[in-house]
Design a binder for this molecule. Structure first.
Ligand SMILES: Nc1ncnc2c1ncn2[C@@H]1O[C@H](COP(=O)(O)OP(=O)(O)OP(=O)(O)O)[C@@H](O)[C@H]1O
Length: 594
């Protein structure tokens, strides 16, 4: 329960909706209990009138007794109806306040979690899988909402109704009340057990459902590979097996649920029988009237709801507490990458320095960089080459502050990167990642992603610089072409160039290209590089590449191997060294010749 305390701030925020809600619950229950008393009076009246009617047997007055009796019954009937209507009105108001509030809190909570997610760093996203992140903001919040709305509403309802009904029963006849109430605790206990079983089975279904949907999602994403390798039949069989597990779990749940209602009816029936029997004895003794028996039967039936609600509400609260615990776990996680407390706008020149930087990925323990030092003067181009896994992308990650280096310092314009305001700094860095990601949106919006307002002139200009303008213009809808999930309608090279345009449009002071020309042919590469050389003027650029041809004009080149700088200098100087760079160059020349 302590986990749910996180929600108290929301109860406080919405107190002026919750408090009337509670009052409506009390009033609606009061009008729920009253009809039983009206029915008791009506019942006694019927009995008296029948005796009176018989008494006037053969007299003219008998007809009068009959008509008075008829109209008073009509009056009682109308009264019960009016009471039910008033109760209905307050039930409506109760839902309008409490359930509505739960929706408001659900909205606030979802926003709170999502906003917090946005603040968390890459290390957090590496540690937790997407399914888990999504579940906490959807499924878990949903369960918490069940606590905020139905569970709280029915808890208050159950408590108020039970107190009112039991008080009314005891005030009529304590002995009869005791006997009539006897099966109720047994009913509650059994329902608690059955409900637990239902929940366990429900959980099992939920788990299987997420396994099934993950499986289906993966199959669709990898449909090309499945078809190429003729694995359709195999996947179908796997789907059938998984579906069958789901079916079995659902059947098990249906069986348990089937026991639920007959069980309630049985025990309520038992209570009714006891009430009629013991009540009959009391009537014979003259302690109560037969109308009281009718009243009691209504009370007993009214108690069915609290008995059921108790079990249900208990499980709702337990599940909500477990969900809120998971949510709190994330909400309490603080990003390791922090921006300095004072907010300022810095204008960077782009003087980058790495001094003895070493970095180990925290989640895998892989040492990706060891004592790396280099400098990029404002307006110059640094190129980084090296084998796959040598730490090139890690350098970009550190410069973008996706992670902080454990030792050594990275500085921009002589200021430690950790002391630069994060948002202001990142807004001046244009990054083209190795694996392109396009949002399900128009090409124009994808390019204008980093801008506050999409300016079409700037979008077109950036796409020209990235040598993708003519490609986009040839599409039927041009820049308004919608890019599907992960941009599947575009070729790899087109996607890479759109990604370059996205980085250029911000006109950043620092540009980082992480192997972003791998999917374009050498001719297009030359065209892009020609355009880029204009875009890169006056900016500091880091070019990560595999191909020597891409970077030979850089002002400075470093060669990485297993996280360390093994060679550095200009293209000519490195060739003259006849080391790794030279080998790479020769190998690539040979490949091009073939
Ligand atoms: N997010 C990560 N978490 C843990 N380890 C990582 C992560 N990213 C990379 N690594 C590891 O760090 C090392 C350096 O990887 P990095 O991506 O920097 O190499 P790279 O030179 O860019 O390779 P490539 O040319 O193939 O892109 C590798 O051993 C890799 O397995």
């Amino acid at each position: 329960m302590k986990h749910l305390a996180h929600l108290n701030k929301y109860f406080y925020k919405y107190r002026w909706r919750m408090i009337p809600g509670v009052i409506f619950v009390i009033i609606s229950n009061y009008f729920g209990v009253l009809p039983a008393q009206v029915i008791r009076i009506a019942f006694d009246l019927v009995k008296e009138n029948i005796s009176m009617y018989r008494l006037f047997d053969g007299f003219e007055r008998q007809q009068l007794v009959y008509s008075v009796f008829g109209s008073s019954l009509l009056l009682f009937g109308s009264l019960v109806l009016v009471l039910a209507l008033i109760r209905g009105l307050f039930l409506f108001l109760m839902r309008q306040t409490i359930i509505l509030t739960s929706r408001h809190i659900e909205y606030d909570l979802k926003n709170e979690i999502y906003t917090h997610y946005q603040r968390l760093d890459m290390a957090f996203y590496r540690r937790n899988n997407t399914g888990d992140l999504m579940n906490r903001v959807t499924e878990d919040v949903n369960r918490v909402r069940s606590y905020l709305g139905p569970a709280i509403m029915y808890s208050i309802n159950t408590a108020v109704l039970s107190i009112m009904v039991i008080a009314a029963m005891v005030s009529v006849n304590p002995t009869l009340a005791l006997y009539a109430l006897m099966p109720i605790p047994i009913l509650s206990a059994i329902l608690l057990v059955v409900n637990k079983m239902i929940n366990r089975r429900g959980e099992r279904i939920q788990q299987q459902l997420s396994t099934l949907s993950s499986f289906v999602q993966e199959t669709f994403s990898g449909i090309r590979v499945i078809k190429t390798y003729n694995q359709e039949a195999d996947k179908m069989k796997r789907f059938k097996d998984e579906s069958n597990i789901y079916r079995q779990a659902s059947l098990a749940l249906v069986k348990t649920e089937a026991v639920f209602f007959p069980l309630i009816l049985l025990l309520i029936g038992l209570s009714t029988v006891i009430t009629v029997y013991v009540g009959g004895l009391e009537v014979a003794k003259g302690t109560i009237t037969s109308g009281n028996i009718a009243e009691f039967i209504i009370y007993v039936n009214q108690l069915t709801f609290p008995a059921m609600a108790l079990a249900w509400v208990t499980s709702l609260i337990q599940r909500a507490a477990a969900s809120q615990k998971r949510i709190n776990e994330f909400l309490r996680t603080q990003p390791e990458i922090q921006s300095p407390a004072v907010h300022e706008d810095v204008k960077i020149r782009g003087h980058i320095r790495f001094d003895n930087v070493s970095f180990t990925y925290p989640d895998t323990g892989i040492q990706a960089l060891t004592n790396v030092s280099f400098e990029v003067k404002p307006g110059t181009v640094l190129a980084i080459v090296g084998k796959t896994g040598s730490g090139k992308s890690t350098l970009a990650n550190l410069l973008l502050r996706m992670y902080d280096a454990q030792t050594g310092t990275i500085s921009i314009d002589g200021r430690d990167i950790r002391r630069l305001p994060l948002q202001s700094f990142r807004s001046q860095v244009g990054f083209v990642p190795q694996d392109v990601f396009l949002f399900s949106d128009t090409i124009a919006n994808n390019i204008a992603f980093g801008l506050d307002v999409a300016d079409m002139d700037r979008v077109e200009e950036a796409s020209r610089k990235a040598a993708v303008h003519d490609n986009i213009a040839s599409f039927e809808k041009g820049f308004e072409t919608f890019v599907g999930e992960r941009g599947i309608t575009l070729s790899g090279g087109q996607k890479q160039r759109i990604s370059i345009a996205r980085a250029l449009i911000k006109e950043p002071q620092i540009l980082i290209f992480d192997d972003c020309l791998s999917a374009v042919d050498t001719k297009t590469e030359e065209e892009i590089l020609r355009n880029l050389s204009i875009a890169m003027q006056g900016k500091s650029t880091i070019f990560i590449a595999h191909r020597v041809s891409t970077i030979k004009n850089a002002d400075h080149i470093i060669v990485l191997d297993q996280g360390s700088v093994i060679e550095e200098g200009t293209h000519e100087k490195l060739l003259a060294l006849r080391g790794s760079y030279y080998e790479l160059h020769e190998k690539q020349l040979l490949e091009e010749a073939v």
